[in-house]
Write a protein that binds this ligand. Structure first.
Ligand SMILES: CC(=O)/C=C/C=C(C)/C=C/C1=C(C)CCCC1(C)C
Ligand SMILES: CC(/C=C/C=O)=C\C=C\C=O
Ligand SMILES: [Fe+2]
Length: 537
């Protein structure tokens, strides 16, 4: 095993040695919101102490590491390639601790599988935001909840201008990582400028992914749909509330507009962290949790961060034809809150006509408080307490016969997965098609965060759960066995942060959902979000 590169010991706060205390980092509020609606930076008493922190919520201890991992069990010989997982793995700068899970600087973890062996590693993404924070020992760009402190009022006015031009927005690409059809690997977040190309073997930051079109806008969905043929995403239009549905070809940096959906309610578009597609359609969700210009301007976050809950604006699902760009259905649906769509498909009658679109998501019982539950202070201090809000697999049925309403129901009894549900994946060969299985994180209660790996059988309406006391597993990622004919023939990869501070890579059989191998990292791993598979050529 190689010696860890540049490991610096963590102090009792899980911080690097010799870094400055920026605890007085506060900024004036734009409007004057009532104090109870704001989240103050943690007081020194509230600040976490590592003795009580789970390693999942503790910054990664060094900038990079790579080494061979000792495998217990058997890695199938057909598994050849690299699993990459991105996420916000560093939640402090100097002595200042960030507030929210989504604020952390991007850490990419790799697991390279070949000939039954496994090489692991991680590396920080060298975004401008991360480099500036390291250099100046303070936050310099607007993160999910953190806002840089203005030196004085004039600087503050200048920052407001830079917010509108986008220059103050973060490029901290900490949400996902995708492999484009042309082989380029791109880390992503919700700001368009936070699209960063990395080298999948060394994890080196290659540079910005520059979109060469002139579509403009500052934000996009964190979860484009990426296949070997295309890259599809949504660009919310905050000025004229709506969404552009755009497509980019492999080898190109130019997105082209497929069509536009106008919002049907509210002052601004609903948040689109992700969206689903079927074989012929793009489904555009319009959530009543909407982007909020006023909250974007605030220096201190509200419990809904950059968003606002607009139940009276209602919720809608729009369906756009991928080839013509026409909106072929637009229905009102029950109010909902989701980060992640799981999959969608077309329901057909005996003559082959599309009668409805079925779209599944991890649905938080139309309660937006899940966003604030992901505050680091909650994750760190309520470990083991049953404070995780309930969630379910929400199944939308969008009729295609012109009816004005769609339905939303639980696809299976949420007790099957402990009423926790998020961080999902499917067999990518079933994208947009009728499917039976999904993998996600559920809950083994009491818990404050999803803590199981769950295989969902949407046909039998049953779930099978993997759980280890105190462990925090990241998104179960399915890799199909080459040549497989069964949907669940493959493996499920997850990275586990353990109660005792350690971490390991875990491989489950996609069909039996039993463990087939695990491999310990030489250091505890922070929680991470989404991954991708880079097959070995
Ligand atoms: C990690 C994750 O899932 C989400 C990250 C979201 C981010 C970084 C959102 C950033 C934003 C801004 C900095 C201002 C504009 C709005 C918004 C896209 C929410
Ligand atoms: C981790 C998460 C939700 C967990 C709730 O149960 C959401 C992550 C969203 C970003 O990718
Ligand atoms: Fe996500």
């Amino acid at each position: 095993m190689l010696v860890p590169d540049n490991i610096s010991p963590r102090n009792n706060k899980g911080l690097y040695k010799g870094q400055r205390n920026l605890r007085d980092l506060t900024v004036p509020n734009v409007a004057t919101p009532s104090p109870e609606t704001l989240i103050a930076p943690p007081t020194p008493q509230e600040r976490p102490r590592t003795t009580t922190h789970h390693v999942a919520w503790t910054s990664v201890p060094q900038e990079r590491w790579e080494g061979e991992l000792h495998v217990q069990g058997q890695i199938p010989l057909w598994l050849k390639g690299t699993y990459l997982r991105n996420g916000p793995g560093m939640w402090h700068i100097g002595d200042y601790n960030f507030r929210h899970l989504f604020d952390g600087y991007a850490t990419v973890v790799k697991l390279h599988f070949e000939n039954g062996g496994l090489v692991g590693g991680h590396r920080q993404i060298e975004s401008e935001a991360y480099r500036a924070a390291k250099k100046n020992q303070k936050i310099c760009y607007r993160e999910f909840s953190e806002v840089p402190k203005a030196a004085n009022f004039l600087a503050y006015v200048g920052e407001l201008a830079s917010l509108f031009s986008g220059t103050s927005l973060t490029d901290n690409a900490n949400t996902g990582v995708v492999r484009l059809g042309d082989g380029r690997v791109v880390c992503l977040t919700e700001t368009q400028k936070g699209s960063i190309v990395i080298e999948p073997e060394t994890l080196e930051t290659v540079g910005k992914f520059e979109y060469s079109d002139s579509l403009g806008g500052l934000i996009h969905s964190a979860h484009p749909i990426v296949t070997d043929q295309e890259f599809l995403t949504l660009l919310p239009d905050l000025v004229r509330p709506g969404y552009l549905v755009v497509r980019m070809e492999p080898g190109s940096n130019q997105r082209r507009v497929i069509g536009r959906v106008d919002c049907r309610g509210g002052p601004s578009p609903g948040w689109v962290h992700s969206f689903p597609v079927t074989q012929h359609y793009v489904v555009v969700p319009e959530m009543p949790l909407r982007y909020c210009a006023q909250n974007l301007l605030r220096a201190q976050p509200t419990p809904l961060y950059k968003f606002q809950w607009h139940p009276h604006s209602k919720a809608f699902m729009h369906v756009m034809c991928k080839t013509s760009g026409n909106v072929v259905a637009s229905v009102q649906v029950p109010l909902f809150v989701t980060f992640h769509f799981i999959n969608a498909y077309e329901e057909r009658d005996v003559d082959g006509r599309v009668t409805a679109i079925i779209a599944d998501c991890c649905e938080h019982n139309s309660d937006a408080s899940i966003l604030d539950s992901l505050r680091l202070q909650n994750l760190r201090s309520f470990n083991g307490q049953d404070v995780l809000p309930d969630a379910r697999v929400g199944r939308f049925r969008i009729p295609m016969d012109g009816s004005p309403y769609g339905t939303l129901e639980a696809a299976l009894d949420p007790n099957e997965h402990g009423r926790g549900m998020d961080m999902c994946s499917i067999n990518p060969n079933y994208l947009g098609k009728k499917y039976r299985y999904a993998y996600a994180c559920g809950a083994h209660r009491p818990c404050n965060f999803p803590n199981t790996l769950t295989k969902l059988d949407l046909e039998l309406k049953k779930a099978k759960n993997w759980h280890e006391e105190g462990a925090v597993p990241s998104e179960p990622f399915f890799v199909a066995r080459p040549g497989a004919t069964e949907e669940d023939d493959g493996v499920v990869i997850s990275i586990i942060s353990e109660k005792n501070g350690d971490g390991y890579a875990l491989l489950l059989d996609g069909s039996t959902f039993e463990e087939i191998a695990r491999a310990k990292f030489p250091y505890g791993l922070p929680y991470g979000l989404h991954g991708c598979w880079v097959p070995k050529e």
